[in-house]
Design a protein around this ligand. Sequence first.
Ligand code: CA
Length: 355
Amino acid sequence: MADTEGLERDVLQRAEPHRPFTRVSTRLDFDAEGKRFGTLVVPHSRNDSAWGSVQIPVCVIARGSGPTVVMAGAAHGDEYEGPIALMKLARALDPAEVQGRLIILPTVNVPAVRAGTRLSPVDGLNLNRIYPGRADGTVTQMIAHYVTTHLLPLADVVVDLHSGGKTLNFLPSAVMHYLDDRHRMDHTLAAVKAFGAPAGMVLRELDSQGMLDTTAEEMGRIFVTTELGGSGTLTRETVEIAETGLANLLAHFEVIDRPIATPESRGRAPTRMMHTPDETSFVLAEDGGIFEVLVDLGDPVAAGQPIGQIHFYEQPDRPPLTYFARTDGVLWCRHAPGLVQRGDCIAVIATDFPG
Ligand code: CA
């Protein structure tokens, strides 16, 4: 039986005296029970559509009392596992199975998905570098601001599904960050393990400014993200990891009552918990050229081992510049396109997470 008294209490506690101004509108009821599809309407007046808008699809599934989980995909428009897994989940999930609330945004950056690009073609902005956004900003800034001021306050748990996009490729991983709050760190670690990807990563970002990750974490939400592959495409395996991982997370937070499908139960190796404790994990190109990777994703590497070399295609007599791992671990991420420029991140080495 649904605990409606609990829901009312829950909603009252979450209700705010007034919500901040936003130009984003929606007719979607976030509180009513059942399953509904709708849109966030972001005004976008332009040459080819005077009174036009960008419309962000949203699905709300709610029943009884329980945690609110906000799940988003395609913050970057060239990452595909998230949107597919979230659309499948939104269509398939029976509200009768839910205890709590799901707010699902399979393509939170629709203009970038339409263009197949990381950044939005509307304003050239990176949705995951401009949080908390601006109410009076561009389309991408308004989306970020709405998520910050209207969705994160509803959320107990935030799941943002990423992949490597066109320029990176990852060992498929559920990802979190180091958190000062030990209690929240332990809760998030448990969620990352429950996801059941080949790897669980505690990541130190090269630059965490303006990320949804940082904003949600600073608001005290449990935040889980992913890196599920990349190269601007997907594989059967990475989509399966995304779908299973989402169901596992919902089971872990008791929003659905299903057994967790561990990697072992799917005939795979257990999730390997890893981290990038400092900047020695990251390898940056010092010169442009053609990148020859010397180890495969997931391969073990030792500090001092060559992991790739960059060839100078206009100077065939010049030897390539070799890049070495600066720490022991495994190759967790690599630059995807053959061509690199000075400053590109060409590899990330992850090491086993202690404890
Ligand atoms: Ca991404």
